[in-house]
Ligand binder design. Structure first.
Ligand SMILES: [Zn+2]
Length: 174
């Protein structure tokens, strides 16, 4: 399972709800975790591996030997976000070498379904809330560069231009 790199248009595509909670969904989830750990990430959304469905996974520890911390969310919805916000540094597996400050609500409440299709609720704050919001954005085709503070956006501009250049080059070579 390869990670889709910016500016691949699959990162901006519409993502369909998960409707079938079967073995192949579970296999995809396992492969997403493997791809995430292999690239030292803490979260991954399905469109980042070329699956345009409303599925995301994360592990706030980023450690494969802490599987109890793995979270799988199918069709997640944010039903509450705090007025209180916090600025924090984010990276993204679809943006190698890019980091920047993003301001997000500190606390969120989520409704989602698990791998069996059962509905559940989750309340998150701080780091976990940040990871979740970053990944949820992916399901809506929103990327963290869209939300970066102007200073960070300015800083990462040359790297983004390099990524666009590399993408065009790869297309031309294929
Ligand atoms: Zn991301």
């Amino acid at each position: 399972m390869d990670i889709v790199i910016y500016p691949d248009p699959r990162l901006r595509k519409k993502n369909a709800p998960v409707t079938t909670f079967d073995k192949s969904l579970a296999t995809n989830v396992r492969e997403m975790f493997d791809a995430m750990y292999a690239t030292s990430g803490v979260g991954l959304a399905a469109p980042q591996v070329g699956l345009n469905i409303r599925l995301l996974v994360y592990n706030p520890s980023g450690k494969s030997d802490l599987p109890n911390e793995e979270v799988v969310l199918c069709n997640p919805k944010m039903v509450y976000k705090s007025k209180e916000t916090e600025s924090g540094e984010e990276g993204c597996l679809s943006f190698p070498e890019v980091n920047g400050q993003v301001i997000r609500p500190l606390k969120v409440k989520i409704e989602a379904q698990n791998l069996e299709g059962e509905a559940f609720e989750l309340e998150l704050e701080d780091w976990d809330a940040r990871i979740f919001q970053h990944e949820l954005d992916h399901l809506d085709g929103i990327l963290f560069i869209d939300r970066m503070t102007p200073a960070s956006k300015n800083q990462v501009k040359p790297v983004l231009e390099d990524l666009v250049h590399d993408y065009k080059q790869a297309l031309a070579d294929s």
